[in-house]
Write a protein that binds this ligand. Structure first.
Ligand code: DQA
Length: 147
């Protein structure tokens, strides 16, 4: 079963951007980790990243049309993109899980990070566990999809 792991703005800068918050490992490492974790779980994982809100929304349309489960780190879109929230809702309407993941714990940081417009439409949310959160999200998808 296919799973899309989508990452929002500035996550292409992992390893360089605030390593104290996001760690020293880069997006390529995250990609390889997710692909390996997926294989262990019988999931065919594709990891993507974009800085473009429209592109991220289109990926959700693709997931909804194909009934493809999603792991999403919406990055800063988390806090204000109703367009992405509406698109994420469609994935749920397609009957497949959408797991929200944050590398850091946004609740312990700036005031503007305390609100997620994605959480209300996500199947579940994992925060504060670094890259390991993606693994847990993939396990949750495997569990929910009964694999
Ligand atoms: C983030 C948290 C967001 O507040 C921030 O804008 C990000 C990354 C995280 O993974 O911890 O870009 O989603």
């Amino acid at each position: 079963r296919r799973v899309l792991v989508v990452n929002g703005p500035n996550l292409g800068r992992l390893g360089v951007r605030q390593p104290d918050v996001y760690g020293h490992q880069d997006l390529q490492t995250l990609r390889e980790d997710c692909e390996r974790w997926g294989r262990d779980l019988g999931l065919d994982v594709e990891v993507r990243q974009t800085d473009d809100e429209a592109e991220m929304i289109h990926w959700m349309h693709e997931a909804a049309d194909g009934a493809i489960p999603v792991v999403m780190n919406p990055a800063a879109f988390t806090h204000y993109s109703y367009g992405l929230a509406d698109a994420a809702h469609m994935v749920g309407d397609a009957g497949v899980p959408l797991m929200e993941v944050h590398i850091s714990n946004p609740a312990s940081r700036d005031e503007f990070r305390k609100r997620s417009v994605i959480s209300p439409v996500a199947t579940g949310t994992i925060t504060g566990l670094g890259f390991f959160g993606y693994r847990l999200a993939l396990e949750a998808i495997a569990h929910i999809m009964g694999e």
